[in-house]
Write a protein that binds this ligand. Structure first.
Ligand code: NDP
Ligand code: MG
Length: 386
């Protein structure tokens, strides 16, 4: 039996993790749950899973009435609730599935309390990779950080199977999103509704827009850099529209190992939750004959500048990746609010990075300062556009 706290339990990843937990009540006990503002969904989850603690991170204590039947639970409110749920409740694992760099302090808090982190929140690694990795070395009880992102879970599984042999290259696959065939002119006029229609994966709104802009893959290149201690030239992004090969790892003898399956996040979520065992997920099986063909091609850097910006930020070092993430969070939110065109997202991130100087990222305070500096610049650029 493992005790698991889920941060961001009302989101796409969080609800799927609870489905896995519900399928295996003999294996998982839920110890804490948090949502941001969706109190009604959280009340239902708390009723069903009876955690010790529950938190509403975006709500003031006076703004919500806790139902009578849930008053015995330890309720927390505001941003402190996230760190409290990560650290104060006795748990083996903390699934960090909130969206945005707000996940970083939660990861650090969970590790400071000795919890294993199951990491969906890629922004934490992108913004504070150096800090996260410095407290996530494998311990006597096994790994202290297990990736949930499907590509990184795939790479992780391939490396486990490689039994200590070093990889030469990571082939990080990308669906290419809904706009992969569009011209630059067509990209300028895409709507939010179109961006929210991902061809293969069902996810939260922010990451779905990131997938369309390929900033999701940009963040994932940085995520891979930290998780697998990869040099930028060891990470090769490969468009694979069918999303069946979740990523591949190439070794010095030329052999390539891949992890495949139908695109369903319950598989990597369950892998992290039950590690090192494999458990039932109810995910659909890959029907290879029905799929027929898997295709692969390179990213077009002209139409999708995001991936190139990630490589440049990794090479710049310091807080460049943190600033890329901050500018993207701002630009992604502005696009979702209808304030800018789709192609402006990349332009805003590029412009922010060229206007702000680099900064250090060696402490939580330094990361927050770099994050805030980049956000302020991105907002200034966004204001001048609208
Ligand atoms: P969702 O938007 O679906 O869910 C986000 C969750 O975090 C919700 O519980 C939400 O609460 C909560 N939340 C939102 N804002 C904040 C905040 N400022 N502080 C604390 N909690 C907050 O996101 P996803 O589940 O899609 O993604 C979660 C993370 O996992 C992201 O970092 C994403 O990049 C990553 N990821 C997601 C994948 C997917 O398939 N969805 C795949 C791979 C990675 P509320 O419901 O109250 O708003
Ligand atoms: Mg992914």
């Amino acid at each position: 039996m493992r005790n698991i706290s889920i941060l961001g339990s009302t989101g796409s990843i969080g609800t799927q993790a609870l489905k896995i937990a519900a399928m295996h009540p003999e294996r998982f006990r839920i110890t804490a749950l948090t949502a941001h503002r969706n109190a009604d969904a959280l009340f239902e989850q708390v009723r069903r899973f009876q955690p010790l603690m529950a938190g509403l991170t975006g709500v003031n204590e006076n703004a919500v009435t806790i139902p009578d039947d849930l008053k015995t639970i330890d309720w927390r409110f505001g941003s402190a609730a996230l760190v409290a749920a990560a650290r104060e409740v006795p748990a083996d694992d903390v699934l960090v599935s909130v969206v945005g760099m707000t996940g970083l302090p939660a990861v650090m808090a969970a590790r400071s309390a000795g919890r294993r982190v199951l990491l969906a929140n890629k922004e934490a690694l992108v913004a504070g990779g150096q800090l996260v990795m410095s407290c996530c070395a494998d311990g006597a009880d096994g790994p202290t950080l297990i990736p949930v992102d499907s590509e990184h879970s795939a790479i992780y599984q391939c490396l486990k199977a490689a039994q200590g042999n070093a990889y030469r290259t990571i082939h990080l696959t990308a669906s290419g999103g809904p706009f992969r065939e569009m011209t630059t002119e067509e990209l300028q006029n895409v709507t939010l509704e179109q961006a929210l229609c991902h061809p293969n994966w069902s996810m939260g709104a922010k990451i779905t827009v990131d997938s369309a802009s390929m900033f999701n893959k940009a963040l994932e290149v940085i995520e891979a850099r930290w998780l697998f201690n990869a040099k930028p030239e060891q990470i090769h992004v490969l468009i694979h529209p069918q999303s069946i090969v979740h990523s591949m790892v190439e070794f010095k003898d030329g052999a390539v190992m891949a992890q495949l399956g139908a695109p369903d996040m319950r598989v990597p979520i369950a892998y992290a939750m039950a590690y090192p065992e494999r458990i039932e997920t109810a995910a659909p099986r890959a029907d290879f004959a029905a799929i027929g063909a898997c295709t692969f091609y390179e990213v077009d850097p002209e139409r999708f500048p995001a991936v190139g910006l990630a490589y440049a930020a990794i090479r710049a070092g310091g807080a460049a990746c943190c600033m890329l993430n901050a500018a993207n969070e701002e630009a992604n939110a502005a696009f979702r609010a209808g304030g800018i065109r789709f192609t402006d997202i990349g332009a805003v991130v590029n412009e922010t990075l060229s206007r702000v100087g680099n900064m250090p990222a060696d402490s939580l305070e330094a990361v927050y300062l770099a994050d805030e500096t980049a956000r302020r610049m991105a907002r200034q650029i966004l204001n001048s556009m609208t």
